[in-house]
Design a protein around this ligand. Structure first.
Ligand code: ZN
Ligand code: ZN
Length: 325
C-alpha cells in the first residue's frame, strides 16, 4: 500500500509539471502581449508620421517649382543648375517640417532629398527621398520616388523660357493667360538675320504650362476647318516633344535638351495679309534655338479680312496632321 501511495504522488507530481509550464507560458504571453501592444502604438505613430511626411513632398515641391519659376520670369535670369536649386529648396522645407514634427511629438524625423529629375512624362518631375521616423525603440525607414505634377491647377506654373530668351530685346507683358511679346521677339529674330521676322511683332504664346488634351495630335489638322488647332491655340496648350526642352532645362534657359520635353505654338498677331510666305517656324523650341529654321504659312482661321496664321515646317505639319507643302 505504502509503495503504491508513493507511486501515486510521483504520478501526481508528473501531472502537475505541465500545469506549471502552461501557467508560466500564459504569464509570459500576458507580458509579451502588453509589450507588443505598446510597440504597436509606437510603430503606428512612426508609420503614419512617415506617410504624412511623404504626402507633404509633392505639395511642397509644387510650391517650390512655382516660386522658383516666378522668380526666373521676373528677373529673366536662368538658373545654372535647376535640379540642385530645387533639391536644396525642398531640403530646407523638409528640414523645417521634420523639426516641427520632432518638437511636437518627442519623435525623431528626418527627410533626405536625394535628387530631382525629369521623367518620361514631361509634365511631371521625379523626386527621390528617404524618410526616417523614430520613436522609442521603433524606427521606420523608407526610400520613396514620387512623380510630381507641373500642371496642377492649384499651383499653375509659368513657361520661363520666353522671359529668359527675350530679356534683352524689349518689353514683354503678360495677361492672365498669355505672354505678349511686343517687339521683343521680332528684334531677337532680326538679330539672327531671319527673313520675315517682323511677322512676330506683337506675337503671343501661352503663359501657364497646360497639357493639350487633343491626343493623338494629328487631330489638330484633321478636324473640320482646323477647329481643334484653333481651340488648342486659344487655350494655350503644350504638347509632348522629343525636341522641345523639358521643364527643368527651361529654367536653365535651354530651348532644346536631350530629355523628353514639350513644345507650344508662338502665334503671330493676325493680319489682313492673306499671302502665305515663309517665316521663322512658329514652334517655341525652334524660335528660341540658336539656329531657327523657317516654315510656310498656313491660315488656321479667318474672319472678314483678318487672317490667323502659323508658320510650320513639314515635320511639325505632319505631327499635327496639317497638309504638307
Ligand atoms: Zn494642342
Ligand atoms: Zn532637359
Amino acid at each position: 500500500m505504502d509503495q503504491k501511495g508513493y507511486l501515486m504522488s510521483g504520478l501526481t507530481f508528473l501531472l502537475i509539471i505541465p500545469v506549471f509550464l502552461l501557467m508560466a507560458v500564459f504569464v509570459d504571453m500576458v507580458h509579451t502581449g502588453s509589450e507588443t501592444q505598446s510597440l504597436g502604438v509606437q510603430s503606428d505613430v512612426t508609420f503614419y508620421t512617415a506617410k504624412d511626411i511623404e504626402g507633404n513632398i509633392p505639395i511642397l515641391t509644387e510650391k517650390i517649382l512655382q516660386k522658383t519659376t516666378d522668380n526666373v520670369v521676373k528677373t529673366g535670369i536662368p538658373l545654372t543648375d535647376s535640379r540642385n536649386a530645387i533639391k536644396s529648396s525642398l531640403q530646407e522645407e523638409m528640414n523645417q517640417l521634420s523639426e516641427r514634427y520632432g518638437n511636437s511629438g518627442n519623435i525623431n524625423v528626418t527627410c533626405r532629398i536625394w535628387s530631382v529629375n525629369p521623367t518620361s512624362d514631361p509634365f511631371k518631375i521625379e523626386v527621390n527621398s528617404t524618410v526616417y521616423v523614430q520613436k522609442g525603440n521603433v524606427a521606420h525607414n523608407e526610400h520613396i520616388s514620387q512623380n510630381v505634377s507641373i500642371i496642377d491647377s492649384n499651383y499653375p506654373i509659368q513657361d520661363p523660357l520666353p522671359f529668359i530668351k527675350c530679356k534683352n530685346y524689349g518689353k514683354m507683358t503678360n495677361t492672365s493667360t498669355k505672354i505678349c511679346y511686343g517687339s521683343s521677339l521680332a528684334s531677337l529674330l532680326k538679330v539672327k538675320h531671319l527673313k520675315n521676322a517682323n511677322i512676330y511683332e506683337n506675337a503671343t504664346s501661352p503663359l501657364f504650362i497646360k497639357k493639350c488634351p487633343y491626343d493623338p495630335y494629328i487631330n489638330h489638322g484633321k478636324s473640320l476647318h482646323f477647329v481643334v488647332l484653333k481651340n488648342c491655340i486659344d487655350n494655350g496648350y503644350f504638347h509632348e516633344s522629343s525636341d522641345g526642352s523639358c521643364f527643368l532645362c527651361r529654367l536653365e534657359g535651354k530651348a532644346v535638351c536631350y530629355h523628353y520635353g514639350f513644345e507650344t505654338f508662338i502665334v503671330p498677331s493676325n493680319s489682313s495679309d492673306s499671302r502665305l510666305m515663309y517665316a521663322p517656324c512658329s514652334i517655341e523650341h525652334v524660335i528660341f534655338d540658336d539656329y531657327p529654321y523657317s516654315g510656310k504659312g498656313i491660315v488656321y482661321y479667318s474672319n472678314k479680312s483678318n487672317y490667323f496664321k502659323l508658320f510650320l515646317d513639314n515635320g511639325h505639319r505632319q505631327k499635327y496632321g496639317l497638309p504638307k507643302y
